[in-house]
Design a protein around this ligand. Sequence first.
Ligand code: WTA
Length: 676
Amino acid sequence: MTDTNPTSDPASGPSLENLLHETRSFPPSEEFAAQANAKAGLYERASAAGEEFWAEQARELVTWQTPFTETLDWSGAPVARWFGDGTLNAAYNAVDRHVEAGHGDRVAIHFEGEPGDTRTVTYADLQQEVSRAANALTTLGVRTGDRVVIYLPMLVESVVAMLACARIGAPHSVVFGGFSADALRSRIADAEATLVVTADGGYRRGAPSALKPAVDEALAPKEGAPETSVQKVLVVRRTEQEVDWVEGRDVWWHEALAAADPVHEPVAVEAEHPLFILYTSGTTGKPKGILHTTGGYLTQTAYTHKYVFDLKPETDVYWCTADVGWVTGHSYVVYGPLVNGATQVLYEGTPDTPHRGRWWELIQKYKVSILYTAPTAIRTCMKWGDDIPGEFDLSSLRVLGSVGEPINPEAWMWYRRVIGGDRAPVVDTWWQTETGAIMISPLPGVTAAKPGSAQVPLPGIAATVVDDEAKPVPDGGGGYLVLSEPWPSMLRGIWGDLERYKDTYWSRFEGLYFAGDGAKKDDDGDIWLLGRVDDVMNVSGHRLSTTEIESALVSNPIVAEAAVVGANDETTGQAVVAFVILRGEHANRASTPEGAAEVQKELRDHVGKEIGPIAKPKKILVVPELPKTRSGKIMRRLLRDVAEDRTVGDATTLADSSVMDLITAGLAVPSAASED
Ligand code: WTA
């Protein structure tokens, strides 16, 4: 089932009227504009050249083994073929060609472990290590086209493992380390992976945390689950924790690499060869394996990284704080920056370990000039106070990026003023796992930036806002964000489910890609993103599906029914709030505060086990009924009102309109909210 009906009104964003009359504007300084990669002419060139614009980018930014002669083939819409007759290798583009061009000594990665251990990896080092890893994978039986699941913390090895897969043309599927064994199992099964790369653990908040036990559990036989296709598990040693070992299956990464040849011939693949599958939450319970291919993806990640962040590979130090388990880590830690030959910082830990100034300390230490992070992190640091960043020298920063959710103007202003010294331009970048690369963003050096708005589609991108009838809204109007022309890094489908791909993205509006986001255009025609209009939540910039968490809850025997909503949250953007009806005798358990707290803990842990700690509801409210329409659809809008402590809105379409009174009356019983 794909429910693309808006469950939240796109016009009801936070103080929208104020947002849309934003008068503050930050035009680029003359100095910045003079040296910027992007000039206003880029927009003109893109609109004059059409798809040839992308061919120009593909030739300029990417090295092809066989040059392409076809640019776009859209005859199989909505599955695009970009640069279809060209061949190339992604790892060669990200690593070898920089060494061949004489930049082998350039630092690719400044790694900083959470405990403070460091490692400097040059492009020449990276070439050797990726080659060894590619040879090791081959020795372990991985062939071009086989899928490899990567379940690792933020380590140099994570980047190496991804590039080693790309080098032999084996699509990788990175699973974020915060997902549980069950979530890992279903992704391994869906991708039919033959090898998993993991680690004994990683450092998190000052202590080693384990990772391999989740892999062992995910691969153990389970009743009702298909037999695993995984033959080998490569294990990175990071924390030296004790690990269980399956003889014949488990192999130490360091041993396999030491035994492997440091020279490896990258496999030239067709432009449309799958580069990776990345699972993301959708409107139904089952995560979607978003499929990206090679040529178009590399072209657009390199293009956007160069122009949106104004990258100067010789002088900049770039840092994207995203984990490689998310698309931002794929496109803006691995492929975009490395294809462009950037020097970057890779940090294993959290911003508050061992102290709340860790990020700013790293920026000072490595003289980071470009920072790319998420609004939730910005708001958290803002809460900690200006004094903390004030203790560090942040004068190296010259471009600041934001991604993952709408950035409220207050956070935007703080980011610019306190972190950027009122000097560094802020770029608010809108995109999705599905789009592969940035789609809407100001261009530093060209666009006069507006706090809180992603503003304009990039040169070459056609994004607009339409109403229910697919008609573009006039300036000042609101509706749904759509993309009206194919773009090189677009997803090529959902792994193994073409129908779901068509249904999810292409059935809402004829011929238009439906992003699932509400949007408005202000009087200047600038785009403001207003959050999801489907059953997808955005918690700390992480995508979570209401349905997936509901399914996890009802899989617990004490739960009869569950409804989940994303409630506005000052720090995390949205927070998961669950309403549950307990089964029979369990219902009484929640009638005392202690009982309710116990039930909450049990259910939160259960969701943590089913999906992962990131999906644990912040609040679980035990209720006697759920508000449903006559056709049985849960009215989440009303539950959101309750979750956000608002007067409950219009309940007249409910089958039983007294239900909301029952729910709100029942909630007068204290039920402690808990947080990890
Ligand atoms: C949201 C992350 C507003 C949006 C790259 C989108 C944003 C979803 C922004 C994709 C932004 C991302 N302003 N909303 N700058 N960036 N989003 O797949 O709802 O994890 O649909 O990709 O995040 O999340 P995903």
